[in-house]
Write a new protein. Structure first.
Length: 324
């Protein structure tokens, strides 16, 4: 299978690319920065196309001849019109162009933000109530993905049916170590700040109730691969681990990795409460995927600690943050 991937060098995309290659598929990567990951340029079965989300013609040409489109890249805007133009419009263009090009499977990367506030136990069937522009554009794009079932022959009358299968993944908090040399990491700096504070011996104050169902990019890539290879259509999957981990827990693990540090991990005087959780059982029911947050977290914490130690020693470390 030949797969066109937007955002293939970013936080999630680098591991999705790796998963498809390990499964013996070929990939076409759209990226703003082809030279950012030189390893991709030398890989077999990888075609790197320079472009960004607003280069519609470039994307339209690049996906020709592909069997699947995996849309991961995020388009950003600071107001409703920019967000609509940079993200939702791009998704609609890709849907239309991919179907006309004969693409069989389309996977769209949404977000838990499309759902709005977390209501304990809510699953993929819960009502979308976005509470910001980012969530709103993800919810709008989801509606286009699912609602694109046919073309109109005249006002209100459907004619040609859409043959392309269209599915959605809703990631929560997803993080990563670089998948290959020169690769990206997550753009959230809290892991980095915790590691730096521990190495410097500074105290850390964090609530035991502040956390989430962390999922690594390596883990979520398994869902992208299985969904893209499947015959499913118009399905939505939450992509999070089954268990809650707090930033306090993460700080404690970082402290264990630097036993000589005088840092104290302090929790405010507050009651620890049972966390609200997303229902992630659909991944397990359909694909047998159930992820433990700690499976990759310790490695990621250790990676940040080693980088913090290197920086404290005056060594230069590669800038891995990847943002729009």
């Amino acid at each position: 299978m030949k797969v066109f991937i937007t955002g293939g060098t970013g936080n999630i995309g680098q591991y999705v690319t790796k998963a498809f290659l390990e499964a013996r598929h070929s990939v076409v990567l759209l990226t703003r920065t082809p030279d950012r990951i030189p390893a991709y340029l030398a890989m077999k079965n990888v075609e790197v196309v320079k472009g960004n989300m607003l280069d519609l013609d470039v994307m339209g040409k690049a996906l020709q001849g592909c069997d699947a489109v995996v849309h991961i890249a995020l388009g950003w805007g600071n107001d409703p019109l920019e967000m609509l133009d940079h993200d939702t419009r791009v998704t609609a263009y890709l849907l239309n162009t991919a179907d006309k090009a004969g693409v069989k499977n389309f996977v769209y990367t949404s977000s838990t933000a499309a759902m709005g506030p977390l209501r304990n136990g809510m699953d993929e069937t819960a009502l979308r109530i976005p509470e910001n522009l980012y969530g709103a554009t993800k919810a709008a794009s989801e509606a286009y993905v699912i609602g694109f079932r046919h073309y109109y022959g005249s006002q209100g009358n459907g004619s040609q049916m859409v043959k392309m299968r269209r599915n959605i993944i809703r990631p929560g908090y997803t993080y990563s170590n670089p998948a290959v040399e020169g690769g990206a990491s997550q753009s959230d700096t809290r892991f980095k700040k915790i590691a730096e504070d521990i190495v410097a011996g500074r105290d850390i104050i964090w609530s035991k109730n502040d956390g989430t169902q962390f999922l690594s990019s390596r883990q979520i890539a398994q869902l992208y691969l299985k969904l893209t290879e499947s015959d499913l259509n118009e399905e939505i999957f939450f992509a999070l681990s089954h268990n809650f981990v707090s930033w306090y827990d993460i700080a404690c693990v970082a402290k264990e990795m630097v036993p000589e540090s005088p840092s104290r991990i302090i929790a405010p005087d507050e009651e620890e409460v049972a966390p609200s959780l997303y229902g992630v059982g659909k991944m397990e029911r359909v694909f047998g995927l159930k992820f433990d947050a700690w499976e990759d977290l310790r490695e990621h914490i250790a990676w940040n600690v080693e980088r913090a130690k290197a920086e404290a020693a005056g060594q230069k470390v590669h800038n891995v943050l990847h943002v729009w």
